[in-house]
Every structure is written in structure tokens, then in C-alpha cells.
Design a protein around this ligand. Structure first.
Ligand code: PLP
Length: 430
């Protein structure tokens, strides 16, 4: 399988080139040229397969000749060394917990997979380093730092806004050392993002081989398909139709779910649940796509005003908004509604949801009456400990600090302060 640019003005590339470049030279997102539906027998017998087997079968066609089979199996096994439990909240509602990885947010899978692919691609080019440059509002930085730690030939530079990530998030991205460097930017997330984009376009930095590690990159985006197969495997014995509600920011996760459906996974409907950053819900209502500046919320990993992956979702439906609406809806929820949902989930189901998961839960509540024969799965994308303040203020609970978090809390923060693009450039050229 090859990839084309959604701006249609760049050469077709294979998986390796798409991963190493991150974004096409015409600034378009890469998109698979063709999709081969999965073997029906595989879906019929999925409950007898291990997660690693499922993931390998799902991702194989997307990687194709870029990585040999044996190597790809190893990458998948190393990526998936934790659980993806499905927790039943009531007769029709399930939480798919995607936070059991090292940084306790769902981005671990994509980051770990991408890191190992880049490590493979760089196996013989020991002196031509790849530099991964990434801006984070919180969770991406930790997942990328952890996923890429110790990968030879790859250097990771993370830009984060000083004072605007949680203490735990900051520790996760500033304490690892080795090939990971944290740049603490005197500014906002948008400033970090703008600097990263500028660096990718900077002719003077061409020889540095910069690539991105957010869900624009196919190697981080595609493995997110696995979640939907893992949920299906666990729910198949119920013999019910499935609706997924996905708390969405950049829309990479939900786009991967829709891709899974395109491969044959029987999913009835998708809900993209957002916080007040409602660019996509507005688009579905009005037909006009209007990017906005992001608004800060309690589900801050979804504070995105111009979701990068929505263009991929439209492509999956051939840019036909009517076709899209048959399988997809999007709703926006306020912080007040989110907190109310956290309380409701806690008192009715004895379950602690983080603010992102609660937004996902609300998405399912919105449509459940329209799908009386289905069960709903909302994706719980972060462990409540990552949003400790809000969770402990909203619910009468005290969260135990898990091992993964304890490990970083006492480590020493190490970061370099930068103020502007010139300082970033100087740093990169060093
Ligand atoms: C990144 C993130 C999201 C949003 O995922 P997208 O793929 O960007 O839509 C949701 N929840 C948490 C906890 C995240 O870290």
C-alpha cells in the first residue's frame, strides 16, 4: 500500500517515506491509496486471537514492504505490552480503558508503535539522525518521550508551554533524559505549535531530517485502529450492534475507528464528542467549516480549534457530508455538563471517569435512544490521576497514585527555556 497527499500535489510514497516525512511536501496529510477489507474469517474468529495477532493482521497492509513481517510482529508485540479492558457500567454502556500504558493516556500505543518503526527505518543510518519535533499541550509530550526513550538514531525535542501543563504531565516529559529534550516555551500551546510548523517549513533546517510525532504522522495515527478491534473482540459474544463514542480533539482516534470500519469491522455508528471547541459539530450543522482559536477547558487534551484529522474523515466518505452523517454525528459539551456527567457516572455506576471519558459518555447518552438494539462504548482516554485536581474537586474520592506516575513524580525536571523561534532554531542547529 502507498500513500498520497490529501493536497494532491506531492509524489506517492510508501509507509517508510510517509512516516519519516510526517507531512507531505505540499503540506497535505498522507492517506492510504487503497484499502483491502480484512478476511471475514478473521472477524468471525477474532475472540480466539491475541491482541498482538489482531493488531498484526490489521496493520500489515498499511506497512507492507517497508518492514519485514517478522520485524513488524516484534514491533506490534512490544507496542502492546499492557491491557485494554472493557468495563461494563450498565446494561448498555461500556468504558474502553485505553490508559493502562506507561503514561496513562491512550497516545501511548501510537507513540510506541511510531518510535519502533522509526528505530527500524534508521537501523543502518547511525550517523544520519532523525529528529522528532513535537509540540504538546500535555499528553502527547509524555507519550512521545516515553515511547521514544532509548530509540537509537532518533532524537526527540518536545516543546511545551511553561506553566500550562499539569505537574504530572511536566514530569513525564522533562525527567527522562537520554535522547529526549524538553524545551519550555515562554508562551501558549499555540505558540509551540506555530514554532514547530515553522521549523518544518524552514529551508535552512532541511538537512536536520525533522519529522512530526502527532497524529498527522501515519505511524502514530494508524495503530489507533487496534482499540476498536479489541473492543469488538470482547463484545462479540453479546451479539449486539456497536456504537462508539470518542472524546475528540484532533480527531485522529475517531478517524482510525472509521478506518477500522472501512476494513470490515462491523460498527453501527460513531459519535465524536467534543468539549466547547466545537468546530466539527458546527460544521455538521451548518455545512461550513470554520477553524477557530482554541478555548481552554477541563478536558484540555481536546482543546483544538482546527482538528487536523477531520480532513481524513471527510476523505473516507469521499467528501460527501450526507454519506458521512449516516454513520457519524458530533456533539459538543460544556465543562459544567462534563462535571455533571462525572458525578452521574460515579453515583449511578460507581465508576470514576476523567473529564475526557465523561465527554465520551455524554456523546453516547445523546444518541442511545436512537439505537435501541446497540450497546455503546465510550473511549476512556486518560487515567483520572492525570487530571487529579478536577477529579478530586468534582467527586468525593481520593485517587491512588499508580506506579507509573509515582516513578516520575520524584525525579528531577530538566528543561531548556526558549522564548522565540530564533532560539529554537539555534538550539536545533547546535
Ligand atoms: C489526545 C487526547 C484526546 C483527543 O484525541 P484525538 O485523537 O486528538 O481526537 C482525548 N483524550 C485524551 C486524554 C487525549 O490525550
Amino acid at each position: 500500500m502507498n500513500y498520497f497527499s490529501l493536497n494532491h500535489k506531492a509524489p506517492i510514497v510508501n509507509f517508510e517515506q510517509a512516516t519519516v516525512q510526517g507531512i507531505a511536501p505540499d503540506k497535505g496529510l498522507y492517506f492510504p491509496e487503497s484499502l483491502i477489507p480484512l478476511d471475514k474469517l478473521m472477524l468471525e474468529t477474532i475472540e480466539f486471537m491475541s491482541n498482538e495477532q489482531i493488531a498484526y493482521e490489521v496493520i500489515r497492509q498499511f506497512v507492507n514492504e517497508s518492514i519485514p513481517k517478522k520485524e513488524l510482529r516484534k514491533i506490534v508485540e512490544e507496542t502492546l505490552r499492557f491491557d485494554f479492558p472493557l468495563v461494563k457500567l450498565d446494561e448498555r454502556t461500556y468504558s474502553l480503558e485505553l490508559f493502562h500504558g506507561p503514561t496513562m493516556a491512550f497516545k501511548d500505543v501510537g507513540a510506541r508503535f511510531m518510535a519502533r518503526c522509526l528505530g527500524y527505518f534508521n537501523r543502518n543510518k547511525k550517523n544520519q539522525k532523525i529528529r522528532v519535533l513535537v509540540a504538546t499541550s500535555g499528553d502527547t509530550g509524555g507519550a512521545v518521550a516515553n515511547g521514544f526513550l532509548g530509540v537509537e538514531g532518533v532524537e526527540v525535542i518536545i516543546l511545551y508551554p511553561s506553566g500550562k501543563v499539569s505537574d504530572i504531565q511536566e514530569k513525564q516529559l522533562t525527567t527522562l533524559g537520554q535522547n529526549i529534550t524538553a524545551l519550555e516555551v515562554d508562551g501558549t500551546f499555540d505558540d509551540c505549535q506555530a514554532m514547530v510548523k515553522k521549523a518544518f517549513l524552514d529551508e535552512e533546517l532541511k538537512e536536520l531530517h525533522l519529522t512530526s510525532a502527532n497524529s498527522i504522522n501515519v505511524a502514530r495515527w494508524l495503530p489507533q485502529m487496534f482499540y476498536y478491534f479489541f473492543a469488538y473482540k470482547q463484545l462479540k459474544p453479546l451479539n449486539k450492534k456497536l456504537v462508539f463514542s470518542v472524546p475528540s480533539g484532533n480527531f485522529g482516534n475517531i478517524c482510525a475507528g472509521i478506518l477500522a470500519k472501512s476494513l470490515g469491522l462491523p460498527i453501527e455508528f460513531f459519535v465524536a464528542a467534543t468539549n466547547v471547541n466545537d468546530t466539527v459539530p458546527q460544521f455538521l450543522q451548518t455545512g461550513t467549516y470554520e477553524a477557530k482559536a482554541s478555548t481552554a477547558t477541563i478536558s484540555n487534551a481536546m482543546d483544538v480549534g482546527n482538528p487536523s484529522n477531520f480532513i481524513r474523515i471527510q476523505q473516507l466518505f469521499n467528501n460527501d457530508i450526507k454519506a458521512l452523517k449516516e454513520y457519524f454525528a458530533s456533539f459538543s459539551f460544556t465543562d459544567e455538563e462534563t462535571k455533571k456527567a462525572m458525578k452521574e457516572i460515579y453515583s449511578n455506576c460507581d465508576y470514576i471517569a476523567d473529564p475526557h471519558g465523561a465527554v465520551g459518555y455524554l456523546g453516547w447518552q445523546k444518541v442511545k435512544d436512537e439505537f435501541p438494539d446497540s450497546v455503546g462504548v465510550f473511549l476512556e482516554t486518560a487515567h483520572p490521576v492525570k487530571f487529579l485536581d478536577i477529579v478530586e474537586k468534582t467527586l468525593p474520592v481520593k485517587i491512588d497514585i499508580p506506579e507509573q506516575i509515582k516513578e516520575v513524580i520524584d525525579k528531577e525536571k530538566k528543561s531548556f527555556g526558549i522564548k522565540n523561534y530564533e532560539e529554537l532554531k539555534r538550539f536545533l542547529k547546535k
